[in-house]
Design a protein around this ligand. Structure first.
Ligand SMILES: NC(=O)c1ccc[n+]([C@@H]2O[C@H](COP(=O)([O-])OP(=O)(O)OC[C@H]3O[C@@H](n4cnc5c(N)ncnc54)[C@H](O)[C@@H]3O)[C@@H](O)[C@H]2O)c1
Length: 330
């Protein structure tokens, strides 16, 4: 029997490929487009919960059209800052669809960071006003940074970013890094309420919240919003008055019905899935006054669509380390 080896890619190996937002957004669009055509085997996330408010999720997927297969094993531990560790961490595995053999094991943090922001950016491309100038980002962590970069990529008209975080050191780091990476003016605020006044787009990317932070009166006609906390950041009144609410995976999102604090006031009515906007079967924004909200939960099809691309690119460029899985028959 042949020796079996796989390619190992650390976060730094992946970053060294210097993939741009065009590529990232394209792979995430392909995944969402395929998903709504029902050519994706993608069971809803299951998880184990070793501590309160924490999870480790398994996310297997097979994209038939792309012929890409793999699994993501990702943890979310909001108190990890106490140990100087990231909130989100994990690995993903790419399998050969012909033999099932694992061909690549890679860090998943970069994928989580960029594909989540890419899904929001795609939503904004279809739903935000095309001349949007101001964005409010609530939560200055990884997603807060990635979201500004990805959204600015699809909406170059964005020139002002209002930032708020409960931790002042996060705001300072945000201002420093985002000023280096974009030409946006980054303006810090002392409260959520002040930060979201007079903007075109609001993104909440905080941690597991125990009460909503965006009230109905804050979300004005014409605004587009996105929340990464399974609806927790947005008030019940707001969730149940907005007419267009989008999600990437409706079945998985509806599964949050039983999760305490998610979607205050019960599940809102969803307008469509993200792939339908991409495939043109549902229109995004239709006038300058409608309010549109998105709750993209994130699914493995996005990680593995991008993961397959990263694996092939790294192989071509000779990046990463080959590790032995087995030498010979036992
Ligand atoms: N939908 C998805 O696909 C997806 C993917 C990745 C992460 N997430 C979620 O996105 C959120 C952000 O993830 P991250 O990796 O950027 O985390 P992170 O820890 O890097 O950043 C979160 C930031 O939010 C701040 N924060 C916490 N509570 C706040 C509040 N009430 N007001 C303002 N700021 C507050 C924290 O101080 C921190 O700086 C998490 O809830 C995570 O679970 C969702």
């Amino acid at each position: 029997m042949k020796k079996v080896e796989f390619l190992y890619l650390s976060q730094e190996d992946i970053i060294s490929l210097q993939l741009g937002w065009d590529v990232i957004i394209k792979q995430v669009e392909l995944a969402n487009s395929e998903f709504v055509q029902n050519t994706v085997e993608c069971p809803p996330k299951r998880g184990v919960h070793t501590r309160p408010d924490c999870f480790i999720h398994e996310m297997p997927v097979y994209l038939k059209t792309m012929d890409a297969c793999g699994i993501k094993w990702v943890s979310g531990y909001p108190n990890n800052y106490k140990y100087d560790l990231p909130q989100i961490a994990g690995i993903q595995v790419i399998n050969d669809p012909e033999t099932g053999i694992p061909v690549c094991v890679m860090d998943c943090r970069w994928f989580t960071g960029v594909r989540t922001a890419a899904a929001t950016a795609i939503t904004m491309k279809y739903c935000a006003k095309s001349d949007s100038r101001k964005i409010a980002i609530i939560g200055a962590g990884v997603q807060g940074r990635m979201h500004l970069l990805a959204i600015k990529h699809v909406l170059p008209s964005i020139e002002e970013c209002h930032i708020y975080d409960i931790k002042p050191n996060m705001v300072n780091f945000y201002i420093k890094t985002m000023t280096e990476k974009t030409d946006c003016e980054i303006i810090p605020f002392n409260s959520v309420k002040e930060a979201v006044q007079d903007v075109d787009i609001i993104v909440t990317c905080t941690q597991r919240l125990h009460a909503p932070i965006i009230d109905a009166e804050d979300f004005k006609p014409g605004m587009t919003g996105a929340g990464l906390e399974a609806g927790r950041a947005w008030s019940a009144e707001l969730l149940h008055s907005v007419k267009k609410i989008i999600t990437d995976d409706l079945e998985q999102t509806l599964g949050y019905q039983s999760s305490p604090g998610s979607f205050p006031g019960g599940m809102p009515e969803f307008y469509c899935q993200l792939g339908e906007l991409i495939n043109g079967t549902k229109p995004g924004r239709e006038n300058d006054t409608e309010q549109i909200l998105a709750f993209n939960i994130g699914f493995a099809a996005e990680d593995i669509s991008l993961g397959q691309y990263v694996y092939e690119t790294a192989k071509k460029k000779g990046i990463g380390s080959m590790l032995t899985l087995m030498e010979e028959e036992i």
